[in-house]
Design a protein around this ligand. Structure first.
Ligand SMILES: Cc1cc2nc3c(=O)[nH]c(=O)nc-3n(C[C@H](O)[C@H](O)[C@H](O)COP(=O)(O)OP(=O)(O)OC[C@H]3O[C@@H](n4cnc5c(N)ncnc54)[C@H](O)[C@@H]3O)c2cc1C
Length: 452
């Protein structure tokens, strides 16, 4: 039986980054990745296969090449059993492989709404992170006239926006009053929903799907809770993701109340030498430390780096306990992003915040061609002024503006410090130094805390 220092089960971002980190920092340690599908996808790129990437899944391929380049080994197979006493993994073909350290990076699977009759009919699809499945969906989807996407989170909205460029009638159904409401404040959810409404997508909010109606087991219509019916040749159900933990359960790993693998701040389970990271593992709220559910590639890879460095014993203290969800998207040319607290999730968790926002053009002067308005909204503690959250919307620079805000949250930077934040500016690249929206929003909060 072949034995490895580290075996990683999975082939997504969490598995790849764990493998890279281990091989980079522990060159004398052998590492094997067991992944069930030969080709992988950049998960975040999946919506763009349907239009921007020309309906070609091959343009969105992702694989463990950098891990292999560093001397890692990969086998394409499914891990079916773990013997935690003998420290062995059995794969589908029956072979056994020994490990010193084992990592579960088995990810997540789309939630299947078995409570909606018709959920398993022909032409009902899911946004699976599977290359062959998405490739086949991409081939088929262009043939349908009426496509209904159920679920107005990031994934459903991004898929609907892309399909609207391909299919004649695309309807998005969301049960909440606004799309994106799990990640954004009510103000930004409204802006985002309107951005989607300005595309060809027919957006139906505050609307519940009751049944998927078909003929000869093929979808024909959607029955809504209000009794109305919508024509549908294809349905894409995008209502969330559940941790893929069957093997973890069978191994005897503890799961939390959301069904995620219970781990500590370093990704270690209660069973010695077994860790879990990424979508299959538990997350804790950054501010509250409470168990919550954040399933993002960005957080999965951060967890993977932490685990990779510390897998043979804690060497680098994790400086931030807790997961900060940083969400960004672009709909109809409008970039939008959020990190940490907003007025809605703060109220839900009984967190006090004071907020302010500031808008300015993202170039200066604002008369330059290609200018976009850039709005930053900051949320801070009303007592010590530390940044607890932020949102930003406007042009492409939002993608990195939110990362500055994320760093400010992670390092507990206060609005008082941001007032003297030193930034670089250039007419073609940034807002004016007079009106940097992060600094101006911080100043407004300073005023609210100290002078009003
Ligand atoms: C359409 C879409 C868009 C997204 N956009 C973003 C975004 O913009 N930004 C962002 O941060 N996040 C985004 N996400 C979320 C992100 O994709 C996930 O958080 C990320 O994929 C998690 O990585 P992971 O490695 O933990 O799990 P996964 O990507 O789910 O990978 C798990 C892997 O394990 C393999 N596996 C499972 N069980 C076994 C087994 N027994 N044996 C062998 N292999 C096994 C699976 O085949 C799979 O390859 C998006 C997700 C989707 C679906």
């Amino acid at each position: 039986m072949k034995k490895y220092d580290v075996i990683i089960i999975g082939g997504g971002p969490a598995a790849i980054v764990t493998g890279i980190t281990v091989r980079k920092f522990f060159k004398d340690k052998s590492a094997l990745m067991i992944k069930e599908e030969a080709d992988g996808l950049v998960p975040c790129g999946i919506p763009y296969i349907f239009h921007l990437l020309g309906n070609d899944a091959a343009k969105n391929k992702m694989g463990p090449k950098s891990f292999i380049d560093l001397g890692g080994e990969v086998i394409i197979n499914t891990a079916t059993k773990v013997d935690k006493t003998k420290k062995e993994v059995t794969v589908k073909k029956g072979e056994q492989l020994g490990y010193e350290k084992l990592v579960f990076a088995t990810g997540s699977l789309p939630t299947i709404p078995t409570f909606i009759p018709g959920y398993n009919m022909q032409n009902v699809f899911y946004v699976k992170k599977s290359y062959p499945y998405i490739q086949e969906l991409a081939f088929k989807i262009g043939n349908f006239k009426n496509v209904v996407v159920v679920g107005g989170g990031f994934i459903g909205a991004e898929v609907a926006e892309q399909l609207a460029a391909v299919n004649a009638n695309v309807t998005l159904i969301e049960s909440e009053p606004f799309c994106f409401s799990k990640a954004f404040s009510p103000e930004l959810s409204l802006i985002a929903t309107n951005a989607l409404k300005n595309t060809k997508v027919n957006v139906m909010t505050s609307t519940l799907v009751k049944e998927i109606i078909g003929k000869n087991n093929t979808v024909k219509q959607i029955l809504l809770a209000n009794g109305n019916k919508i024509e549908a040749d294809a349905v894409i159900l995008s209502i969330g993701y559940k941790a893929n933990t069957q093997l973890a359960k069978e191994t005897g790993l503890e799961l939390n109340r959301y069904g995620d693998i219970h781990v500590d701040n370093y990704g270690r389970t209660a069973i010695k030498d077994i860790s879990a990271i990424g979508d299959c593992a538990q997350t804790f709220g950054f501010l509250t430390g409470r168990s919550d559910v954040i399933k993002l590639a960005s957080t999965a890879t951060a967890e993977a780096r932490t685990l990779g460095h510390n897998i043979f014993g804690i060497r680098i203290k994790k400086c931030t306990a807790g997961t900060l969800g940083v969400f960004s998207t672009e709909i109809n040319g409008l970039a939008m992003a959020a990190a940490g607290a907003n007025e809605k999730n703060a109220e839900e968790s009984s967190v006090e915040v004071v907020s302010a926002k500031f808008s300015s053009p993202d170039k200066h002067p604002g008369s330059l061609p290609g200018v976009s308005d850039l709005t930053v909204k900051l949320y801070a503690s009303p007592v010590d002024g530390s940044i607890l959250g932020g949102e930003a919307w406007g042009g492409k620079s939002i993608g990195e503006i939110i990362n500055i805000i994320s760093l400010a949250i992670q390092k507990s930077i206060t609005v008082f410090e941001l007032v003297s934040f030193q930034v670089g500016t250039h007419p073609l690249l940034t807002s004016s130094p007079v009106n940097n929206p992060i600094i101006r929003a911080a100043e407004d909060i300073v005023y609210k805390i100290s002078y009003s």
